[in-house]
Design a protein around this ligand. Structure first.
Ligand code: C2E
Ligand code: MG
Ligand code: MG
Length: 701
């Protein structure tokens, strides 16, 4: 019969107060068991959560078993450590002994459930600590009832204190589990160990406070027919549960090791795989190539490395957004992978670059065949949503053993050949040793270019464009110059494509725009009226989704009125998605900025197309001026463009006028504007002011 209410110590039936004593070793063992169980439960819980295998709604139940068993085993080890004067050992009612395990498991489950749903606030933490303390307390006092000791009495204040101790220490364990990581830089593992230890002390603290609340009086025991558990049987049961906890602890550490090794494998896989396309990246490719080279040595066979770079991929990315760009890359990657032979390999080297290893080449034609096959696979249009995109690529090829001895050399050689393919607008190009020097030069230049902007090596020269026949300056074009410390002046025709290929162009152009606008503002402040200043803008810059905002920002920052700025864009910038281009042009024109189509005549656009866009000026490319006035075809082209362009409302400027006779010829053709060395070379900013002041005073509007 359960009788928790044992606070009346004045009961006449009670005999002499008996002395109790503890076996210190067993006390230590009991505390150790509780701590061990706490740590095991928390680590096991951590592992189960981290493994992501077991449904998360069950892991707290799994943790509750060792924790509950730990509480129980702690209690009964504590009881085994306890001796009451005159008694050789205690006996326990088996049913109650077993039932006392329940509140321990339930209390633990409640606490671990809380840990599993840890997004809760402090109040829930209090409740959980209360539940855990309740579980520990109920277990303890039920366990005490299982003991055949009718003369057991409790001291009420100490009884309450035992529950308070359990609550506070349980709360502390939970706080450690959650709060400590925020305060101290501990790993989750250490946190669980510390919290497990605090938990152990919560159980032991409760137990020993409760034991100090207990007094044992002499009292005759009623005879019972029920089977009772002796100390020895109990010790066996405790030992059994301790073994269970141990087994679970081993399970936790096994899971830990398994997870660690899985995580390592996963990390390795990630480090070797391109996450977007799932293709291997540079590192495994190099290893595979190195291995293939030694196999080729052994067999005396040939290997080809193909370096493929998508053409104008940046334009897709910049104009249609990165999401579309990523999908295009994924489609290209899967097409390229599908067109490989089984023992060949492909990797993505980042951006839009793919590299291939082609085994068992019998002749150069074999490798060329592979290159053609890959390019053909890319050629098919890509349909994305309601868009149809065309992607093409350029390939460079290098061969082992003739073009390099190591994997790195061969990749570099193929890259150099690819670059040459792009320059010469060929679909593929075979590596040639002479290219290698150029490549080295290029690598050096590109690293110099990175620093050039900061080291004040990049400058702007300004070339006026003039009105016919007065030859008055109508405006200035900003042209970049790179004064290399050892190479001297490097033309933008050289460094701009270089910057573009190495991803530096946007950064450069942003800087160039700001720099030019600031210069123009300074001139206005000096009351020098230059008309409009024009800045060359690449297709990539123009296609950037945030270009309009950037431009607005630069104008605001430098204080240059938009009506003083003109942007020179090439035909290719305008030949993408018409509605987007139209909208962008209109938004920029709202700022007062005008547009000139640069190098007109070298692209594929037609006046018919251009007239649908809000453009202001056509700049006829210098190649057409060359043949004026002697070449009748050039004359015919320029005449047609001038006539049609003017009638469509464009100002037409002819570039590259060097000789007086060209100027005369252009006058005859009805040209109104021109630019070229005949009127003025591009000038550094200081000379612009001087030239303008001394030679060409501009009329202010
Ligand atoms: P562009 O915009 O067509 O510039 C005109 C080019 O013609 C300039 O070459 C100029 O120096 C050159 N030129 C001037 N007078 C004559 C002449 O009488 N005869 C001939 N044949 N050419 C003449 P430059 O400065 O070497 O620039 C080359 C190209 O580089 C530019 O062509 C432009 O497309 C690009 N560029 C220059 N600066 C920048 C820049 O800041 N950003 C961008 N994106 N491109 C730039
Ligand atoms: Mg230009
Ligand atoms: Mg031009």
């Amino acid at each position: 019969m359960l009788n928790f209410w044992r606070f009346d110590q004045s009961d006449a039936a009670l005999g002499r107060l008996l002395e109790g004593s503890y076996d210190p070793l067993l006390v230590l063992l009991s505390v150790g068991l509780a701590c061990f169980a706490g740590i095991t439960a928390l680590l096991l819980a951590d592992r189960i959560i981290a493994s992501g295998r077991t449904p998360s709604r069950f892991w707290w139940l799994v943790g509750a078993v060792p924790m509950g068993c730990g509480i129980w085993a702690m209690h009964f080890t504590g009881m085994l450590a306890f001796r009451v004067e005159g008694a050789s050992g205690m006996t326990y009612a088996p049913g109650l002994t077993f039932i006392s395990l329940m509140p321990a498991v339930v209390g633990s489950a409640a606490a671990l459930y809380f840990i599993a749903h840890s997004d809760s606030g402090g109040r829930r933490l209090q409740w959980c600590a209360l539940l855990l303390a309740g579980g520990i307390g109920t277990m303890h006092y039920t366990g005490m009832e299982a003991m055949r000791m009718p003369g057991l009495r409790y001291d009420f204040p100490l009884f309450v204190l035992s529950l308070v101790v359990a609550h506070l220490l349980a709360l502390m364990a939970l706080r450690v589990r959650f709060g400590m990581r925020r305060l101290l830089p501990l790993t989750p593992y250490t946190t669980s160990i510390v919290a497990g230890l605090v938990f152990g002390f919560a159980v032991a603290g409760m137990h020993y406070t409760a034991m100090s609340a207990s007094s044992f009086y002499e009292m005759p025991q009623s005879a019972t027919a029920a089977t009772l558990l002796s100390d020895t049987t109990l010790a066996t049961a405790v030992g059994g549960l301790a073994m269970l906890i141990l087994a679970m602890s081993m399970l936790a550490s096994w899971m830990n090791r398994r997870m660690e090794s899985r995580r390592r494998i996963e990390l390795e896989r990630l480090a070797h795989t391109d996450s977007l396309t799932g293709l291997p990246n540079r590192l495994p490719f190099q290893l595979r190539l190195t291995q293939a080279l030694s196999e080729a040595d052994a067999k005396g066979s040939q290997i080809a490395v193909l370096f493929l770079d998508l053409d104008d991929f940046k334009t897709i990315n910049d104009s249609l957004g990165h999401a579309i760009g990523d999908r295009v890359l994924q489609i290209c990657a899967s097409r390229l992978r599908d067109s490989l032979r089984a023992d060949d390999a492909v990797a993505r080297f980042g951006g839009d670059e793919f590299v291939f290893l082609v085994h068992h080449i019998n002749s150069v034609e074999d490798a060329e065949g592979s290159a053609k096959r890959l390019l053909q696979r890319l050629d098919a249009p890509i349909r994305l949503d309601d868009r149809k995109l065309h992607v093409s690529g350029s390939i460079g090829l290098s061969f082992y053993p003739q073009d390099g001895e190591t994997a790195e050399d061969l990749i570099q050689a193929a890259d150099t050949a690819m670059y040459q393919a792009k320059r010469e607008r060929l679909r593929y190009f075979l590596f040639d040793r002479a290219l290698s020097d150029q490549a080295r030069e290029r690598v050096r230049l590109i690293s110099d270019l990175r620093d050039a902007m900061h080291n004040d090596q990049l400058h702007f020269y300004y070339q006026p464009w003039v009105e016919f026949p007065s030859r008055r300056w109508a405006g200035l074009e900003a042209l970049a110059r790179w004064m290399h410390p050892t190479e001297g002046a490097i033309s933008p025709d050289t460094f701009i494509p270089l910057a573009e290929r190495h991803g530096l162009l946007l950064q450069f152009e942003e800087w160039a725009l700001r720099r030019t606008c600031r210069q123009a503002r300074d001139w206005l402040d000096m009351r020098f009226d230059f008309g409009r200043i024009s800045v060359n803008v690449s297709a990539h810059q123009f296609a950037r989704w945030d270009f309009v905002d950037e431009l607005r920002g630069v104008l605001y920052e430098t204080g240059l009125p938009g009506t003083r700025l003109e942007l020179e864009i090439t035909e290719s910038s305008l030949m993408v998605d018409h509605p987007t281009v139209l909208q962008r042009l209109e938004r920029i024109r709202e700022l007062g900025v005008t547009f000139a189509v640069d190098d007109f005549g070298t692209g594929y656009s037609s006046l018919n197309y251009l007239k649908t866009l809000p453009l202001d000026k056509l700049k006829i490319d210098a190649t057409f001026a060359k043949g004026i006035p002697q070449d009748s075809k050039d004359m015919a082209i320029v005449r047609a463009v001038v006539e049609m362009g003017t009638s469509l409302g464009f100002s037409v400027v002819v570039e590259g006028i060097e000789r007086e006779e060209q100027y005369e010829g252009l006058l005859v053709l009805g040209c109104s504007y021109g630019q070229g060395c005949l009127f003025s070379r591009p000038l550094p900013s200081g000379s612009v002011e001087a030239a303008n002041a001394s030679v060409q005073p501009l009329v202010c509007d």
